[in-house]
Design a protein around this ligand. Structure first.
Ligand code: ZN
Length: 270
């Protein structure tokens, strides 16, 4: 157990010379991440990218996975603004696109309250919302950005290092990440979307156990999401097997299943 690795305190003095709040938040959170975080895929160290590619903040020195850091005071809003919409959509089917790190901190104590990673493959087009084009008077008139809809990201895809101020054991962080890496190899967005959608449905049940019959209740909803599929029930069963093979759910027999992803508790409001 290497719990002592993470120090929740941000070094607030680092932000003193910045007048702009977003810039200050960025500087504090980048410094914290570089010092405290590690690659959740292999445990390697993260180094800050010095180039000016804004979207790419950290690279693992061992496995070269890339991470984009997003930070906020307090809790994350339901929608997080990100870069250009078109670029984000094309990123979704690119397995080598950066993963995400989210850092939330308390603005009074300057302590990190939540820090978690989300693998790039936990995003599908339904997570990305197109923003209105910038007005003709804006400097980048017509530019179209996007929002990440946080509630559309299944909990199983949130790999917490710090949750509600509690530091998660390093090995548990890496294990949580590994459990969903099977999705990484699924670059077909519809196929991946199926797994994500089934995870969202299971999560929406808000229970620890559920039945196949209950899942069939979502047949119409799934048909609307995947109109080209004519075998929705068979697909539900197949996806439950995928989740079982990943140890995210457990078959209990006779159409009964138990949820095996522990993090179904929501982030406490601050
Ligand atoms: Zn790594």
């Amino acid at each position: 157990m290497i719990v002592a690795d993470i120090d929740l305190n941000l070094i607030s003095a680092l932000g003193d010379r910045y007048r702009s709040e977003p810039q200050k938040v960025r500087v504090l959170s980048e410094a914290w991440t570089e010092k405290n975080a590690f690659c959740c895929s292999c445990g390697g160290s993260l180094i800050r990218e010095q180039n000016n590619a804004r979207v790419l903040d950290f690279t693992c020195t061992k496995c070269e996975y890339e991470f984009e850091l997003k930070s906020t005071r307090g809790n994350f809003a339901t929608k997080i603004p990100d870069g250009a919409f078109d670029a984000m959509i094309s990123r979704l089917s690119d397995a080598s696109s950066p993963n995400f790190l989210f850092l939330g901190y308390d603005s009074v104590s300057y302590r990190v309250t939540n820090f978690f990673a989300i693998p790039n493959y936990f995003l599908d087009p339904t997570v990305i919302e197109k923003r209105k084009p910038l007005s003709p008077s804006a400097r980048r008139a017509g530019w179209v950005g996007c929002n990440i809809i946080m509630s559309r990201i299944p909990e199983a895809g949130k790999v917490f290092y710090v949750r509600n101020s509690e530091i998660i054991d390093r090995s548990a962080v890496i294990e949580t990440w590994r459990r969903t890496t099977f999705l990484q190899y699924e670059t077909n967005l519809e196929a991946r979307g199926w797994t994500l959608e089934i995870l969202r449905i299971i999560q929406s049940l808000n229970v620890q156990e559920f039945t196949l019959k209950k899942m069939y209740d979502f047949e119409i909803q799934l048909k609307m999401r995947f109109p080209r599929n004519n075998f929705i029930r068979a697909k539900i069963r197949q996806q439950l097997q995928v989740l079982r093979d990943a140890n995210l759910i457990v078959f209990e027999g006779r159409g009964h299943y138990a949820i095996n992803f522990g993090h179904s508790v929501s982030i406490e409001p601050t």
